[in-house]
Design a protein around this ligand. Structure first.
Ligand code: NAD
Length: 415
């Protein structure tokens, strides 16, 4: 256990406060740790929020590294024991940014300690873990505790705007949802990091990327999946170079002749499936980390009776829109720059028109909505809690069952 020197003094001595600043404890200090730390640091500078934010404590496995992380981002204390952070009376909200198998133990313990919890996606590595989290959140909700899940793409202005357009009926009846999330970093020479270990990740591209587009499809249409059909699951690379926690090759892992020692990848590299929504739309989903040439192509198209939308995260400030209510000669795809204050969600808190937003702003906006909700206000667009993210987890499960059993799966059979 290690702690940095206290930087500043907390205004409140103990107990989960319902007014006053939200005192945050973060677990996990790497990719998402950094994205969230930046968001907790920035949100009240951009947004006018009902409560302040105190970056109280950070926890990671390595004491020194965690201490450096805390000092860099301005967390008041740090510890290498996450149980200590969860029990800390100076923490009101626990932010979970660790590998998927740790989401359940960390969130459930934090809820039992009376904290609000903001957990990374997917809700968990397994449906069983996710169910435990949902049940704990239900119980805690009765005591006024809130849960939040970092499906950050909901707060990209173009997607939040598409959600509002569809909710207003501008697409009319929805016929198609066509979603794919394509990355290519899972090339054969990528080593065996935790994301390729089913014990830690639960699944591969599926939980990592399909989770995002299932959530987006549900968020954008306001509809729920009724049935999953034709799941396909593939692992292209079954053995990968062994590495340590930091992602570097394990010392001595190269055998004679400099050949790397390898271990088995136990997750999918790609999962595709079809689905039917309750209100009749049909959908296709594809997630892969082997789509060479596609770096972070989170891509969704929705076709309705009165129009269509298209979005690609690689051009995240733009939404493509087809208005089918126009006379035939005027119809065409228009490219909307979603940076217009007052018209497009979130942007008025940032920069003038066409001064584009980036990846980090989705997280900053999510913190803003989280603090609004903790201050008794509404988020700008709906926020997924554990109950909501459990629905996405059920669809993930149905797709895998469909792939493995080679049969359609009715959602009512996935509890
Ligand atoms: N919302 C998004 O777009 C998005 C993007 C990337 C990752 N994620 C999710 O965020 C989570 C973390 O992913 P990441 O990319 O930040 O991983 P990462 O490997 O970069 O970081 C994981 C962190 O967890 C810490 N950790 C691991 N075991 C721990 C333990 N026992 N106690 C304390 N800390 C521990 C590690 O030290 C590290 O700081 C995953 O659930 C992932 O699916 C979400």
């Amino acid at each position: 256990m290690a702690r940095t020197a206290q930087r500043g003094t907390s205004k409140r001595a103990s107990g989960r406060a319902s007014t006053g600043p939200v005192r945050v404890g973060i677990i996990g200090t790497k990719f998402m740790g950094k994205a969230h730390a930046n968001a907790w640091l920035s949100a009240s500078r951009f947004f006018d929020l009902p409560r302040g934010i105190v970056m109280q404590s950070a926890s990671g496995r390595d004491a020194r590294e965690t201490c450096r992380f805390a000092e860099n981002w301005g967390w008041r204390t740090s510890t290498d024991d996450w149980h200590e952070l969860v029990a800390d009376p100076e923490v009101d909200l626990v932010d979970v940014c660790t590998p998927n198998h740790l989401h359940a133990p960390m969130s459930v313990e934090a809820l039992a300690a009376g904290k609000h919890v903001a957990c990374e996606k997917p809700l968990a590595g397994t449906l069983e873990d996710a169910r435990e989290m949902r049940d704990a959140a239900r119980k805690a909700k009765r005591k006024g505790q809130q849960t939040f899940v970092w499906f950050n793409y909901r707060r990209v202005p173009a997607l939040a705007f598409a959600h509002q357009l569809i909710a207003k009926g501008r697409l009319g009846r929805i016929f198609h949802v066509r979603a794919s999330y394509l990355q290519d970093w899972g090339h054969p020479d990528t080593p065996l990091v935790w994301r390729f270990d089913s014990k830690q990740a639960g699944s591969g591209a599926h939980g990592d990327l399909n989770a995002h587009i299932i959530d987006l499809a549900r968020f954008l249409t306001g509809d729920e999946v009724a049935e999953v059909i034709g799941g396909v699951e593939e692992t292209f690379v079954t053995r990968r170079e062994l590495v340590g926690d930091a992602g570097a090759a394990i010392k001595g892992s190269r055998g004679r002749g400099g050949k790397a020692k390898t271990g088995r990848s136990t997750v999918d590299d790609a999962v595709l499936f079809l689905a039917k929504f309750k209100q009749g739309a049909v959908a296709s989903f594809e997630a892969t980390r082997m789509a060479t040439g596609n770096l972070n192509r989170n891509n969704i198209e929705i076709n309705g009776e009165k129009g269509s939308i298209k979005f690609d995260f690689e051009r995240m400030n733009e939404l493509e829109w087809w208005d089918h209510t126009l006379e035939p000669g005027l119809r065409g795809w228009s490219r909307i720059m979603c940076t217009e204050a007052g018209a497009h969600p979130y942007v008025e808190s940032y920069w003038p028109a066409a001064h584009g937003l980036g990846y980090e702003h989705g997280f900053v906006s999510q913190v803003a909505d989280t603090v609004r909700m903790l201050g008794g206000r509404k988020p700008e667009v709906t926020m997924p809690d554990f109950e909501d993210a459990f629905e996405t987890q059920r669809v993930l499960e149905a797709a895998i069952l469909s792939a493995r059993e080679r049969t359609p799966i009715r959602m009512s059979s996935v509890k």
